[in-house]
Design a protein around this ligand. Structure first.
Ligand SMILES: *Cc1c(COP(=O)(O)O)cnc(C)c1O
Length: 746
């Protein structure tokens, strides 16, 4: 890869040409000193590139690069960071290699329909994507043998623009491959590698791109290439299309095509982790490969099961794909015989026992074809067992084989660097490597030693950054003057006041998340917001799915409230929620509000990001907060019982009560130093109780403790059997180091 990429950057002076490698490895994004290396070349160029190193290196005047290459102060920093980077990339003494010295070079293949890694690579829709992105970053930090597969989404990213009447418009942004940290994977002839999706007719081809996530390669599939017809070209253009047939074709490409791509790359994997049901066809393809090698279907299924883990992420019914039988027939006619089973047996694999005629259920299939399954929080584990116990008739609910691994967030990504510096100063002297031990709760006890004034000062600084960002976005919006009319300044947050207690609510506008809940009793809310002595303000952000008109109506309702003077300019809606906006919000508000309808929030992760930075959670007891809340680290309300009449009114009243009686008084209880010491105490409690437990490090280590080694062992045994039994087929099973074999671009 190095060579072909460096060819495009011959203008970068030799002395600092490592910047190109750094730009093409997202490692820089979670190591602030590496990001600083780009910024220090030239601040304006960094800003102009919107903090995107690839774009910056392409567009920056050569003179700036030359200056940096001759500046001793710059070069000192460059050499230190590059040495750390090379050491990280070549490290042999990782956590995983120390814990599992016996493990072979087999890999875990992680499949996900989306990845949230950085805003310069917009191939995500929301929480599921960030979870996958954080999983890869942490797996890299821990040194797991992993390779990942996803989609390129050439037209993928939807920007949100809101018309003056509050209606969301979905603006497409095509992905510019030259400005994203992706490289073409090349075939042996030096051309862009193209792979045909096996056994699907008419044929579908995918081109392969690569993203380097620290030590982990992520391969992205792209159908937008000349040899596909227009319909096939569109398969990978957008996330989660509403067109059911196109959606089926997406999942065929992701699962079956993705599996094939790994095979072609010599990244022949030994175990599979499915992130949600979208890529479940990968298991089908693994069965087919074994049948092709002469195995009986049942035996092949057993082997595949023994080496697969499936993580389910949502109790919302629409989150589980069900494809009509006629569509399955259309695409899998040729596939049934290749599996050595007939149509009836095939369809049986995807049957939901309670609605057998409904179609092929991807979750039911994934559960049948994997040995290990888990939900993403304790509460969600229980709900998932209830939802799917019908697949294990006669088994008591508590022994239904669905476990849980509670989600976590990648700490180096979501902990603001100023906050990290503060923790470094106070934890560092006692525990210099605290960041590499950050899943150990003992380390975090030292948070208590941070002087209140220092923590409060950094918090208010981050709050100021958020308000600057909001005003700047509002200024740009005002200057652009949407064709429909002048936007209301109150809406964009022009009147927000950094001294006022600020609540943040940002997530996708799915109806179950109940963004409108706080507006349940308008008069009471107005009294709370407009309190003369103790005012409160609320910032909303979030996108509705383009096809979700109900979500868009909800958004519109809130948007209209922001325009009403009775709310005093104290309710704002920040357009175009993204990774960037999320970073500002989870660092800079005072309170993070979360009020979904239980038990719909499988886990939720934005509240974890907030608590890492000292933002306090005010959340319903659902998802992760059932485990996170300890009575001293934020506020909880509501019960885990499901929806009932009047639920909205009860939950809203609980929020108002907490605000009036606890949250607001605590925030405004200042001593002469103007520091809310009680509040800061709660911030510390929140940071130290949630930081280690809801880290991606704790999460990935749990996947390792429970699933990955058994899967790898099963794969090892399987590999040994395959080699012994079928010499001629052995090359296919050679466990090569991932991403090398036919990858001419390496
Ligand atoms: C973390 C994150 C999410 C997921 O947040 P939830 O609380 O799980 O809804 C969605 N979008 C962005 C941009 C995020 O950073």
């Amino acid at each position: 890869m190095e060579d072909s990429i460096h060819d495009q950057f011959t203008h970068v002076p030799e002395r600092i040409s490592g910047l190109v490698d750094l730009a093409y490895n997202l490692w820089w994004s979670w190591n602030p000193e590496a990001g600083a290396l780009f910024k220090q070349v030239n601040r304006q160029a960094w800003k102009e590139s919107i903090h995107n190193p690839v774009r910056m290196l392409r567009e920056i005047p050569v003179g700036f690069l030359k200056q940096a290459a001759e500046n001793p102060a710059y070069l000192r920093r460059y050499d230190i960071v590059m040495r750390r980077f090379r050491k990280y990339m070549s490290a042999t003494g990782t956590w995983f290699s120390a814990e599992h010295p016996d493990s072979r070079s087999l890999t875990i293949a992680y499949f996900s329909a989306e990845y949230g890694l950085h805003h310069s690579l917009p191939i995500y829709a929301g929480g599921l994507g960030f979870l996958a992105g954080d999983h890869l970053k942490e797996a890299s930090d821990l040194g797991l043998p992993m390779v990942a597969v996803g989609f390129m989404y050439s037209q993928g990213y939807l920007h949100q623009e809101i018309s003056p009447d509050g209606w969301q418009k979905d603006i497409n942004e095509p992905l510019d491959p030259d400005a994203a940290p992706i490289t073409r994977v090349l075939d042996s002839a030096g051309d862009h590698l193209v792979v045909r999706v096996p056994h699907i007719d008419p044929p579908i081809y995918v081109a392969v791109w690569k993203v380097q996530v620290g030590r982990i390669p992520l391969y992205l599939l792209d159908t937008d290439i000349d040899c596909n017809d227009p319909r096939n070209r569109g398969i990978s253009s957008r996330l989660y299309t509403g067109d059911l047939e196109q959606r089926l074709r997406q999942e065929i490409v992701l699962g079956i095509g993705g599996r094939k791509v790994l095979h072609v790359l010599g990244a022949d994997y030994s175990a599979v982790h499915l992130n949600e049901g979208h890529p479940a066809f990968a298991l089908l393809e693994r069965i087919r490969e074994r049948v092709e090698r002469g195995m009986e279907f049942d035996e092949a299924l057993d082997e595949v099961r023994a080496t697969s883990v499936f993580t389910s992420h949502t109790p919302v019914p629409a989150g589980h794909d069900i494809f009509p039988i006629n569509l399955i027939d259309r695409y899998f006619k040729a596939y049934y015989p290749a599996l050595g089973i007939d149509r009836r047996e095939f369809l049986q694999l995807g049957v939901h026992p309670q609605s057998p005629g409904a179609g092929f259920n991807m979750t039911a299939f994934a559960l049948r074809a994997s040995e290990h399954h888990n939900g993403v929080s304790r509460a969600h584990g229980t709900v998932t067992r209830q939802m799917w116990r019908c697949l294990w008739p006669g088994t008591p609910e508590t022994t239904v084989p669905i476990d849980y691994v509670t989600n976590g967030v990648h700490v180096p990504t979501w902990l603001n660097h100023r906050m990290k510096d503060l923790y470094d100063r106070h934890i560092g002297p006692t525990c210099p490597n605290w960041l590499s031990e950050h899943d150990d709760p003992v380390v975090w006890e030292l948070i208590d030693e941070i002087p209140d004034a220092e923590l409060w000062y950094i918090h208010t600084w981050l709050k100021a950054k958020l308000f600057n960002r909001i005003r700047e976005q509002e200024r740009i919006r005002w200057a652009a003057q949407h064709p429909g009319g002048v936007p209301d300044p109150a809406t964009g947050g022009a009147y927000l006041n950094p001294d006022v207690l600020t609540i943040g609510f940002a997530r996708r506008f799915s109806t179950y998340k109940r963004a409108h809940l706080i507006f349940e009793d308008l008069e009471r809310l107005k009294r709370i917001l407009n309190n003369r002595w103790y005012p409160v303000q609320v910032i909303f952000a979030g996108k509705a799915h383009p096809a979700d008109n109900e979500g868009k109506r909800l958004l519109q309702k809130i948007y209209r409230y922001t325009q009403q003077p009775e709310f005093g300019g104290r309710v704002a809606f920040v357009e175009d929620y993204s990774e960037k906006v999320a970073q500002y919000l989870v660092h800079g508000v005072d309170v993070w509000l979360n009020n979904p309808l239980p038990p719909m929030e499988a886990s939720g992760t934005s509240g974890m990001k907030a608590s890492l930075n000292g933002v306090l959670n005010l959340s319903i007891l659902d998802g992760w907060w059932v485990e996170g809340y300890n009575g001293r680290n934020g506020w909880a309300f509501g019960s885990e019982t499901a929806a009932c009449d009047g639920r909205d009114a009860t939950d809203a009243a609980a929020i108002y009560n907490l605000l009036e009686k606890e949250v607001v008084p605590l925030y405004y209880d200042r001593s002469v130093d103007n520091i809310p010491h009680g509040w800061v105490k709660m911030m510390k409690e929140s940071i130290k109780s949630n930081g280690p437990r809801f880290s991606a490090r704790r999460m990935v280590k749990e996947y390792v403790a429970r699933y990955y080694p058994p899967l790898l062992n099963a794969a090892d045994a399987e590999y040994a059997r395959a080699v012994a039994a079928a010499k001629p087929q052995a090359p296919e099973w050679e466990p090569q180091a991932h991403g090398e074999a036919e990858e001419g671009s390496e």
